[in-house]
Every structure is written in C-alpha cells, then in structure tokens.
Design a protein around this ligand. Structure first.
Ligand code: THU
Length: 128
C-alpha cells in the first residue's frame, strides 16, 4: 500500500472515533513489516484518563494478530492539520520496531503528506 492509501484508511477510521468530551477525532493506520494494515480510532471515557489514542488502538489490533514490527503509521484528525502522535504513542511505536530510523510517521499537511521518522519525533527514547 502507498502512504497515500494508508492515509486514506486513517481518514476513514477517524469517522468512527468516539470523542464526545474532546470533540477531537483521530484515525490511525499502521503498516507492519509484512505489509499488513491495521486501523484504529480514539475512544474516550467519562473517566478521562481511560482514553485510548487512535495509534495505540491500531497497534493493539496488530499485536493481537501476532505482529511485532511496525514499518509506518499514518495519523489523521479532521480538526487539526499535521496531527502528530502524542509522546506516549511515540514510545509505544518504539516498542515495536528494531530501529526508529526505519519507521515512518505520516501526517496530513493540507493536500500533502508530511513524513517524519520515529527517530526524529522520539530522540533519546527510553529502553530497558
Ligand atoms: N489523541 C489520539 O488519538 N492520538 C494522539 O496521538 C493524540 C491524542 C486523542 C486522545 C483524545 O481522545 C483526543 O485526541 C484529545 O486529546
């Protein structure tokens, strides 16, 4: 799948977001090292801290299918251009790759895509 197609999947799943509190929908589409695709949206809770981000929702689906290596993540919000992953999600993406330089984070920038590596977005990541 192309990065444009990954972004299209992220756009589509953002319509499923459950975000009555923030009114900030997010969709994410993860591609694993075998080329498989997993989508997720954010879902909130009246106990705000229980909110799950779109990225971690998508990653959870990949993990449940036995996947362990992320190659790319496309992220989209209809209410914010260049919606970038939160710090927690950056660390979770890091958990499932061998090299942060090899993971592309794809954002929607107007009619274009803006692409970062995970290494750019998460310098000095935490490792046990
Ligand atoms: N959100 C995500 O889904 N991903 C991020 O990386 C940042 C934040 C969601 C969580 C919450 O439902 C809403 O955006 C506002 O924080």
């Amino acid at each position: 799948m192309t990065y444009e197609e990954l972004m299209q999947k992220a756009i589509e799943v953002s319509e499923k977001a459950y975000c009555p509190y923030s009114k900030f929908p997010v969709g994410a589409c993860v591609m694993t090292d075998d080329g498989a695709i997993y989508t997720g949206c954010n879902f909130e809770n009246s106990s705000f801290g229980m909110t799950i981000c779109a990225e971690r929702n998508a990653i959870g689906s990949a993990i449940a299918e036995g996947k362990r290596k992320i190659k790319a993540v496309a992220i989209f919000s209809p209410v914010q251009d260049n919606c970038a992953p939160c710090g927690a999600c950056r660390q979770v993406i890091h958990e499932f790759c061998d090299n942060d330089n090899d993971v592309d984070i794809i954002l929607q920038n107007g009619n274009d895509l803006k692409i970062f590596t995970l290494a750019q977005l998460l310098p000095e990541s935490f490792n046990l």
